[in-house]
Design a protein around this ligand. Structure first.
Ligand SMILES: [Zn+2]
Length: 368
C-alpha cells in the first residue's frame, strides 16, 4: 500500500471523528448553559419563597394587635383643619384638643375603587364583569391605617353564621338587635346602594357601602335608612337603624363583607362579641370567596376533609398494628418478605427504602 493511499484512508477516518467530537463539545456547552439557566430559575424560586415567608411573618406579627372600634363622643366637634404637607390628607382639630388625619375626599374620588363597577342601581354590579377565576389567588387588603378607621357595624353574639344553612347559602352573619338600635358604617367609604324593601328581595331595607380599602359591606333588614347613594360616610357614622324588614324572623342585622362582589365570612375580619377588628391587614385568599351560582365548593371541601380524616385514621390504625424485625447477618429483603408473608415492594414502602438499600445489621425493619 503506498503512503498517499494510507494518508487518504486515515483522513477518511478522522473526518467523521472530528465532527463527532465537535458535536459532543457543542452539546456539552449547551447542557452547561441549560444547567446554568435551571440554577438561575431555582434561585429565583427560592428568593420569591423567602420573600413570601417574610411577608407572612410580617402579617402574623400584625395579627397580634386587634384594632379597637373608634369612639365618637357627641359633644366633640371639629374646630379647624390644617394642611398636612400632602394635598390628599388634612389634619382635623377637635374641641377636646385631639386631632386626627383625614383623607381629602376630592382625592379619593378619583380612586379606581369608586369608578370600577360602580353602579347605584344594581345590587351586584361585579357579577357580569368580574369572575371568581379572574381574581388573584390572594390579595393583601390594608383594612385600616391612620386615615382609614374602623367601627363595628353592631356588637352582638352571632345568631346565624356565614355558610350553608338548610342547603342554602347564607352569605353573611346575623346579629340580633332591638328595632331602632343604631347601625354603624364599618369603614370609611361611599354609599353605593340605599334601597327600600321593595327593591331588594329578601334583604329588606338595605344599605351597601363601598370602602376605601376595596371591600363592600351590606346592612340588611333595617327599619330605617338615613344615608343615600353617593354619600361619603366615615367609620362609626350611623347609617340606619336595625329592624326586621324583608325575609326576616325577628329583628336582626344581616351583615355581609364582599370583595369584587364575592362574599366571605365577616368573622374573618371582626370579632362581633368584642366589636374589635381582628387585624389591620387582611390576607384575603381566593378560597375564602364564594360563587353566587354554585354551592358545590362547600361540599367538595367537606368531602376532601372527610377523605383526609379517613386516611389519617387508617394510618393511625396501621401504626398501632405495626410489627418490627431486627436485621441479622445474612438477611435479604426477599427472605424477610417470605418469612412475614409480605412482598419486597411492601417492605420498601413501609420503610421508605429501595430494593438496593444495604440492610444494616441491628437496624429495625417494619414488616407490617
Ligand atoms: Zn342573614
Amino acid at each position: 500500500m503506498n503512503r498517499t493511499k494510507q494518508t487518504r484512508s486515515l483522513r477518511c477516518l478522522m473526518f467523521p471523528l472530528l465532527i463527532a467530537a465537535g458535536t459532543a463539545v457543542n452539546a456539552q456547552a449547551q447542557s452547561i448553559e441549560r444547567m446554568r439557566e435551571l440554577l438561575q430559575e431555582i434561585q429565583q424560586e427560592v428568593d420569591s419563597l423567602e420573600k413570601e415567608q417574610a411577608r407572612t411573618l410580617r402579617l402574623r406579627e400584625r395579627l397580634q394587635h386587634p384594632v379597637e372600634s373608634v369612639e365618637y363622643v357627641d359633644d366633640v366637634i371639629a374646630v379647624d383643619t390644617l394642611p398636612s404637607g400632602s394635598d390628599a390628607v388634612m389634619i382635623v382639630l377637635f374641641n377636646d384638643n385631639t386631632w386626627k388625619y383625614l383623607r381629602n375626599r376630592d382625592y379619593v374620588k378619583d380612586s379606581e375603587v369608586y369608578t370600577r363597577c360602580w353602579d347605584t342601581t344594581k345590587l351586584f354590579p361585579y357579577r357580569d364583569s368580574v369572575a371568581l377565576s379572574d381574581l388573584p389567588r390572594s390579595v393583601d387588603i390594608q383594612l385600616v391605617d391612620s386615615l382609614r378607621c374602623y367601627h363595628y357595624p353592631y356588637k352582638a353574639n352571632i345568631r346565624s353564621k356565614f355558610g350553608m344553612r338548610r342547603r342554602r347559602k347564607h352569605q353573611g352573619v346575623d346579629l340580633p338587635l332591638k328595632t331602632g338600635d343604631p347601625v354603624y358604617a364599618t369603614f370609611n367609604g361611599k354609599v353605593r346602594i340605599s334601597f327600600p324593601s321593595s327593591k331588594t328581595g329578601g334583604y329588606g331595607n338595605l344599605i351597601i357601602i363601598r370602602h376605601d380599602n376595596g371591600l363592600e359591606t351590606f346592612y340588611g333588614h333595617l327599619s330605617e335608612r338615613i344615608v343615600h347613594a353617593g354619600e361619603w360616610v366615615e367609620a362609626g357614622q350611623i347609617i340606619g337603624y336595625g329592624g326586621s324588614t324583608g325575609r326576616s324572623t325577628g329583628p336582626h342585622l344581616h351583615f355581609e363583607t364582599r370583595y369584587c362582589g364575592q362574599s366571605f365570612d365577616p368573622e374573618r375580619l371582626i370579632d362581633f362579641q368584642s366589636g374589635n377588628l381582628r387585624r389591620e391587614t387582611f390576607l384575603l385568599k381566593r378560597s375564602y370567596l364564594d360563587i353566587h351560582s354554585s354551592a358545590s365548593q362547600d361540599f367538595e371541601d367537606e368531602e376532601d376533609e372527610a377523605k383526609e380524616r379517613k386516611r389519617a385514621e387508617e394510618e393511625k390504625k396501621a401504626l398501632a398494628n405495626a410489627q418490627y424485625y431486627r436485621i441479622k447477618s445474612g438477611d435479604t429483603l426477599g427472605a424477610i418478605a417470605i418469612r412475614y408473608g409480605t412482598t419486597v415492594t411492601r417492605l420498601c414502602q413501609l420503610n421508605g427504602i429501595s430494593r438496593n438499600t444495604t440492610l444494616r445489621i441491628g437496624r429495625s425493619l417494619r414488616v407490617k
